[in-house]
Design a protein around this ligand. Structure first.
Ligand code: MN
Length: 435
C-alpha cells in the first residue's frame, strides 16, 4: 500500500530559496500550519504555512492570489485565523489544501509572483497556540521511560503488569498549555519533609519531559468509540510538547490519583503543526519485543502493524544562565526516537474513546516522555540523572541534577529517511523563571 503521493516527491523544490537548504525544517514537502500575527502589530491572528525561514500568510494569500475554486472554502477559515474550523473538515480537505499549497510553493508555479508578496520572515512572526484546546490528556507511551522511572521506585519490578496491555494516561490541564518561547515560572507546592508536616514553597526538583503532542482533527460523539481504522483519519498533526514537571510535588501528591499540580502549572508546545500527511514517508511498522503480547483487537489493525509507528528523532538541549552570559551555546542532553514508543498515535486515540469518551476538534494528546533504552537517551532529567543521584556535568563545568532558575530547555525533532526529504517539527523553548 502506497501512503505517499506527489507532495512527498524528494525532487520537489520551492521558489522560496531557504526551503531548499539541506537540513531545513520546513521544505516544500512539510507545509506545517500555525497561527500568527506580525510581531508588534495589533492585528487579528491568521493561519500561515512555514516554508523555509518564511511564513506564507494565508489571509493575504487567499485575497491576493488566484486559487482553484474548490480551495477557496478551505482557505476561508485559515484566513480568519480559525485553524480548528479547518481541522474539523477532515482528511479529504487536509489533503486537498496540502496538494494546492505544494503546487503553489513549488518551483515554476504561476502563483509564485503573487505569493512572494504574502511572505513574512519567521523571525518577525509572533506565534500563538494553533487553536483553543478543549481538553488535554497526557499518556505514558514511552516504555523505556516507564521502566526507568519505575526502577527508581521499584527496582525489582520497574514495569507494572498493566503496561503492555493498556495505554496509561491521565487528564491534564488544557488552560496552562502555552506556545513555546517564553518563561515558565517555578511553581509553589506541597513537598514532603523529614517531619510529618509537609513544606509549602517553591519546587526544588523541576524537570522537563520530551514528548510529542497529537492534535485531534475530527472528534467523536459521546458514546461512540473511534475504531483503529477511523483513528488514523481523525488525527490532524503533531507538535513537540514539554510536560514541565515538579518531581517533589509529584512524589507527595500523586498517590493514589496520579499527577495534579506537579504538571498543571505549564505545558509548552511548538507552534507549527506538522500534518500526518507530511509524516507519510516516515511511517514504520509497529514492532514489539519478542514474547510481548499482541494488542487487544480494539487496539490492533493491519494498517497499524504496517505503518502505525513514526520515525522521528527527538532531542533536548540545555543552556544555563551562566552559559548564556559567557556566550556558550546550548548543550545536548539527549537524543531518542519516537520509534521506541510502545503505543502508536492511533492506539492512543482509539483507547481514549474506547469507553465512549468524546474527543473534540483541537483536543491535545501528549505521548508521554519518549526515551530510548541507552544512556543519553532519557527524555527527562529524572532519567538522565537517575533521580538526581548522578548529576550531569555540563561543558562549562556546571552540574545539573534538576533545572535551576535561568535554565533554557529546548526540544527539537525531525524525520529523516532514505528516499525522502528531511522534515522538521521546529523547536520549543522555555526558560525557568524564579518562583
Ligand atoms: Mn508527561
Amino acid at each position: 500500500m502506497t501512503i505517499t503521493d506527489r507532495t512527498h516527491d524528494p525532487a520537489l523544490r520551492s521558489w522560496v530559496a531557504s526551503a531548499n537548504l539541506p537540513g531545513a525544517d520546513f521544505p516544500v514537502q512539510n507545509l506545517p500550519l500555525g497561527r500568527f500575527r506580525r510581531r508588534g502589530v495589533d492585528e487579528p491572528l491568521r493561519v500561515g504555512v512555514a516554508i523555509g525561514d518564511q511564513v506564507l500568510d494565508l489571509k493575504l494569500a487567499a485575497a491576493q492570489c488566484p486559487w482553484a475554486e474548490e480551495i477557496h472554502p478551505l482557505l476561508e477559515p485559515l484566513a480568519a485565523g480559525d485553524l480548528a474550523a479547518f481541522m474539523a473538515l477532515g482528511r479529504p480537505a487536509w489533503k486537498a489544501l496540502r496538494a494546492a499549497l505544494s503546487a503553489a510553493l513549488a518551483e515554476g508555479s504561476d502563483q509564485g509572483p503573487f505569493l512572494e508578496l504574502c511572505l513574512l520572515p519567521q523571525s518577525q512572526a509572533e506565534m500563538a497556540l494553533p487553536c483553543r484546546i478543549g481538553d488535554y490528556t497526557d499518556f505514558f507511551a514511552g516504555i523505556h521511560h516507564a521502566r526507568a522511572a519505575g526502577a527508581l521506585f521499584r527496582p525489582e519490578n520497574p514495569l507494572l503488569p498493566n503496561y503492555q496491555w493498556v495505554p496509561i494516561g491521565y487528564h491534564g490541564r488544557a488552560s496552562s498549555v502555552i506556545v513555546g518561547g517564553g518563561s515558565v515560572k517555578r511553581p509553589h507546592g506541597q513537598v514532603r519533609t523529614s517531619t510529618e508536616v509537609p513544606r509549602f514553597g517553591p519546587s526544588r526538583r523541576l524537570d522537563y519531559e520530551l514528548e510529542l503532542g497529537l492534535w485531534v482533527g475530527v472528534g467523536n460523539p459521546l458514546g461512540t468509540p473511534v475504531t483503529m481504522a477511523q483513528a488514523e483519519q481523525r488525527l490532524f498533526g503533531i507538535t513537540l510538547l514539554n510536560d514541565w514537571s515538579a518531581r517533589d510535588l509529584q512524589a507527595w501528591e500523586s498517590q493514589p490519583l496520579g499527577p495534579f499540580l506537579a504538571k498543571s502549572f505549564a505545558t509548552s508546545v511548538s507552534p507549527w503543526v506538522v500534518s500526518f500527511e507530511a509524516l507519510a514517508p516516515f511511517r514504520r511498522p509497529l514492532t514489539r519485543p519478542e514474547g510481548d503480547p499482541d494488542p487487544l483487537p480494539y487496539l490492533d489493525s493491519d494498517f497499524n502493524r504496517a505503518h502505525g509507528a513514526i520515525e522521528i528523532t527527538l532531542e533536548a538541549w540545555l543552556q544555563t544562565a551562566r552559559m548564556r552570559k559567557q556566550g556558550l551555546p546550548a548543550v545536548r542532553l539527549s537524543r531518542s526516537s519516537a520509534l521506541d514508543a510502545y503505543w502508536t498515535p492511533a492506539q492512543l486515540l482509539a483507547h481514549h474513546t474506547s469507553n465512549g469518551c468524546n474527543l473534540n476538534t483541537g483536543d491535545l494528546l501528549g505521548t508521554g516522555t519518549l526515551s530510548g533504552a541507552q544512556p543519553g537517551q532519557g527524555g527527562c532529567l529524572l532519567e538522565l540523572t537517575r533521580g538526581g543521584r548522578e548529576p550531569l556535568t555540563l561543558a562549562d563545568g556546571e552540574q545539573r541534577a534538576l533545572l535551576e532558575d535561568g535554565d533554557t530547555v529546548t526540544l527539537k525533532a525531525w524525520c529523516e529517511a532514505p528516499g525522502a526529504v528531511r522534515i522538521g517539527l521546529g523547536a520549543v523553548s522555555g526558560t525557568v523563571a524564579p518562583a
